[in-house]
Each structure stands twice: as structure tokens, then as C-alpha cells.
Design a protein around this ligand. Structure first.
Ligand SMILES: [Fe+2]
Length: 504
């Protein structure tokens, strides 16, 4: 049994630190809409931005939690807003723009909610106004990635929106030379493959889409470095599937088909969102679907393991006859109730997400699993050159307390080789988000670089861009860049070494 050494930086905690690491009212402050669009050099900085950190961090997330005062039901229904932080020679520039989707433009013009949301947002007028309306808004709010000279805002149920990376102007929907059809889904969790076997070792981007039903179609997309879809193949698997993320290895795409059922009656009748009709099945197994990346290989393997729910995977790799995959697992799906207010969530009543490792034995069709990290955590990330390969370090958003469920307030680094943990906590008034690892140019070590993340600072109702030295979380941020405003809690984003600045 390995003993884990935990190092925690407690120096930033006040002596009157509350029993709970957070105040729920302060946490709620991060769920206010940000209606303005900004464009400025960040000049309120603690510490120093490393002058060798040059490039652009793009973040996406729901910018609006209301439409002209009408609250939306769940943050996942909020209109996508891109935040861009550009690092250049020790300085940083901020710009944000809403994705001008057709739905965003129509609702802003009308000044009211015109669309139902997947997670329960309803048009005003009760169930009669919502029944039999299946016209969902493509809200482009989940991820943003720069790939093949295209900046793409992603939402898993429909096609991406393309933006100008220099201005963040919305250019329209992206169909990849008509490989994607009108309204076709394109997932929000593409995976970078640093060395694709099918492309003679060139990098590629792998993505998927889900078409759920009585049986579910999973489509795999692979894009070359020019942004062209060079492989697209579809596979049918039994049963309904709600799959948000996947993992890749050089040979496989791996999906967790969580044990859920979908009964759409209350959605059809206008009484709830489609997402609220998904119910977790505690006594059913999770199915692990393994699809070959080589389009000619049609054999899909399905293994089973115990019940649980996974939104996000950290990474997967092949070792001997096994696929090893690290994932954030919940005991069950945190269900969205039609009458509930997401701002009033009782964290203590929910089970935490925890990091597990699954060993999938392809010869014996067996699954072994073990808990790696019991601390509540989410949004795993790693060095992009390690995607699909054996990795040593993971970076995660984490709770301040070592046990129980709570908002993310800290950043956790896990060394899977030594077992060492490093944790920097922004508690009690800071709230964390997805960390993004950026390697130092010509770095020799997997953790030689920086971790960039947004932290909501409830004390000032503003957000900070935090830069941590990835080799040493314990010293705290090497720079905290205070924005002039808050950014509502976001979802995902990516860094590119290209420097994008507003030129007009
Ligand atoms: Fe996600």
C-alpha cells in the first residue's frame, strides 16, 4: 500500500478560517451574468508574469445566467462567452465576447427567453408554452479550441461556431467542408493526439458525437493539422447513452456508457428539460465501449464494471494487453430537479467526484478499478504530449477539504509515480476552475511549465487569472492577474502558443 504525501499551502488562510471552507452566498456570486464585453491590458497584477510565457488562453462558459432578468434554470443552458487572455513578453491582455449564435441574437433582440434549454430552462408561459417545442438553442458554451487556424466554440449537441481569434467575432457555423451536416453534433471534448499512427506520426485532433436513442450511434472524427476531417466513422451500440467526454489511446477511443434511462414524456409535455428526464440506475453496470480508431476495424468491444457516473476522463494509455484510464467518478448522476435552484445546491447532500483508475483487460474482458484520489475533484488536465500515453502528472480543480463534497476552491497536482500531492487553495473566498497546463518551451520534464486558471474572488466580486509554477504548487501563484470584473464559472478552454491580440 502506497503512502501518499500531501503538502498543502496553508499560509494564505486567515487565523479565523471558517469551519466550512466557503460561504455559500459568496460562492453564488460567481453565478451572476456578465453582460459587458471588455478589451484591456491587465495592469493590476500581484507577482510577475513569466516573460517566456507567450501565447493565448481561450476559455468558454455560460456568460449569461439570465435573459434580460428572466433567470435560466441551469448554468449549462447559459449562452457561451469566450474569454481570451493573451500573454506577451510579461504582459497580459483580456478580451471577452459572446458567441453570436442565432439564439443569442434573437433573445437579446427580443429581451426575453425564446428557447427551451436542455437542462430545464423554459420559455415563459408554463408547460403549455413549452409542450412539443423541440427547437433547442445551439448555445456554443462548453469548450473553445484553436485548431487548424480555426477558433471553434463547441457545444456537444450541434455543430461548432467559428470565431476570428484576433477579434472573437463570430464568423458562423463550421461544417468542415460539408463533412458535417446541418445540425449534426460535434462533441465538446476533442482530444489532441500528439503523434497519430494513422498520419505517420503527425499530430491530430480526435472528437466524437453521440446520437442517442434506443440504440446509440457514436461517430468518431479525426482532424489533421490543417483542420480538415480526414476520418469519420460511425458505430452503433445498444441502449441509450449520455456521454459527455471520452479518452483516446493510439489505437482506441474509450467511452463510459453510464447507467441511465431516458423517459422524455415530461420534456415532450413541456414540464421539464430533456436533461431532467435522465435518471441514474444504481443497480445497472457502467458499460465501457472501446472503438478502434482505424476506420477499417469495425470490432467494438464492450466491458462492464460497477455502477457510477463519469463526466470527465483525465487520460488513457495502452500497456501490454490493457487499456488504463483515469476518470473522475461519482457514485451517481447529480440529477437536475425541475423545481430546484442551482444556486441553492446543498453540496453536503451530494457525493463528491473522485479520481479512479480503471484497468481494462482486453484479453479477459475484465475491469479492475482503484481509487486514486478521494478528495473531491474535477476538470483533470495534463501535458498535451502525454495524451494517450502513460502520464506521470495530473492537475485538477479540487475542494479545499480533503473529504466530503464542496465547491472547487483549490488546485491539486498528483504525481502518480511518487504518490506526492501538491495543493494550493484559494479558500475561503476563492473558487477554482479547470486548470490548463502550459509547458515551458524546450522543457525536459513533464511538469516543467505553468498551470493557468481562472479563480473567482468573492471578496472583490472579480476573477483572477492565476499562474502557478507546475513544479511547485506549494509556493502559491507566481502571479495573480486581477481582472476588472468577474467571469461566471466556466467550463473548458485551451491554450495556444500563438499570440492573438485585438488589432481593431
Ligand atoms: Fe466537460
Amino acid at each position: 500500500m502506497q503512502t501518499f504525501k500531501v503538502q498543502e499551502n496553508a499560509s494564505n488562510f486567515p487565523s479565523n478560517f471558517p469551519e466550512k471552507s466557503y460561504n455559500p452566498h459568496e460562492w453564488q456570486g460567481g453565478y451572476q451574468s456578465l453582460k459587458q464585453e471588455f478589451d484591456y491590458w491587465i495592469d493590476d497584477i500581484e507577482g510577475q508574469i513569466p516573460p517566456e510565457l507567450n501565447g493565448t488562453l481561450f476559455r468558454n462558459g455560460p456568460g449569461l445566467l439570465d435573459i434580460n432578468g428572466q433567470p435560466i434554470h441551469h448554468p449549462f443552458d447559459g449562452d457561451g462567452m469566450i474569454s481570451r487572455i493573451t500573454f506577451l513578453n510579461g504582459r497580459a491582455h483580456f478580451r471577452n465576447r459572446f458567441v453570436r449564435t442565432a439564439g443569442y441574437l434573437a433573445e437579446q433582440k427580443a429581451g426575453k427567453i425564446l428557447y427551451r434549454g436542455v437542462f430545464g430552462t423554459q420559455k415563459p408561459g408554463g408547460w403549455l408554452a413549452n409542450a412539443f417545442d423541440f427547437n433547442l438553442k445551439n448555445i456554443a458554451n462548453t469548450n473553445v479550441i484553436y485548431w487548424g487556424d480555426k477558433l471553434l466554440a463547441l457545444w456537444e449537441a450541434a455543430e461548432p461556431h467559428r470565431l476570428d481569434p484576433h477579434t472573437l467575432e463570430t464568423l458562423g457555423k463550421e461544417y468542415f467542408d460539408n463533412i458535417l451536416s446541418e445540425g449534426e453534433a460535434f462533441g465538446a471534448h476533442p482530444r489532441f493526439d500528439p503523434s497519430c499512427q494513422l498520419d505517420n506520426g503527425a499530430p491530430c485532433l480526435v472528437n466524437f458525437s453521440i446520437k442517442p436513442g434506443l440504440s446509440t450511434t457514436i461517430t468518431i472524427f479525426e482532424l489533421d493539422t490543417t483542420g480538415k476531417i480526414v476520418r469519420k466513422h460511425a458505430h452503433s451500440v445498444p441502449g441509450f447513452a449520455f456521454i459527455h467526454d471520452f479518452a483516446i489511446t493510439p489505437n482506441y477511443c474509450i467511452f463510459f456508457q453510464n447507467p441511465v434511462t431516458f423517459n422524455p414524456i415530461s420534456f415532450v409535455l413541456g414540464m421539464s428539460g430533456a436533461g431532467e428526464c435522465i435518471k441514474f440506475q444504481h443497480h445497472q453496470p457502467t458499460r465501457i465501449i472501446i472503438i478502434p480508431r482505424q476506420p477499417k476495424e469495425k470490432k467494438v468491444q464492450i466491458l462492464e464494471t460497477q455502477s457510477g457516473f463519469v463526466f470527465h476522463h483525465a487520460n488513457a494509455f495502452e500497456q501490454d494487453n490493457e487499456i488504463i484510464i483515469d476518470s473522475i467518478c461519482y457514485e451517481s448522476l447529480p440529477e437536475v430537479e425541475p423545481e430546484s435552484d442551482f444556486r441553492k445546491v446543498d453540496f453536503d447532500a451530494l457525493k463528491p467526484g473522485q479520481l479512479w483508475r480503471f484497468n481494462l483487460n482486453l484479453d479477459h474482458k475484465t475491469v479492475r478499478q482503484k481509487l486514486i484520489e478521494s478528495r473531491c475533484c474535477e476538470f483533470p488536465s495534463l501535458h498535451l504530449q502525454k495524451v494517450g500515453r502513460s502520464h506521470r502528472y495530473l492537475y485538477l480543480g479540487a475542494a479545499h477539504a480533503p473529504s466530503g463534497n464542496a465547491p472547487l476552491q483549490a488546485f491539486l497536482k498528483i504525481d502518480l509515480e511518487s504518490g506526492e500531492r501538491q495543493l494550493w487553495s484559494a479558500a475561503p473566498q476563492g473558487f477554482a476552475s479547470e486548470p490548463v497546463f502550459v509547458p515551458r518551451t524546450n522543457s525536459q520534464h513533464e511538469d516543467d511549465g505553468w498551470v493557468l486558471a481562472l479563480v473567482y474572488d468573492a471578496a472583490h466580486h472579480r476573477s483572477d487569472v492565476v499562474i502557478l509554477d507546475a513544479r511547485d504548487f506549494n509556493q502559491g501563484p507566481i502571479a495573480r492577474l486581477h481582472l476588472k470584473h468577474h467571469i461566471p464559472y466556466g467550463l473548458h478552454g485551451n491554450f495556444t502558443f500563438k499570440v492573438f491580440l485585438t488589432t481593431k
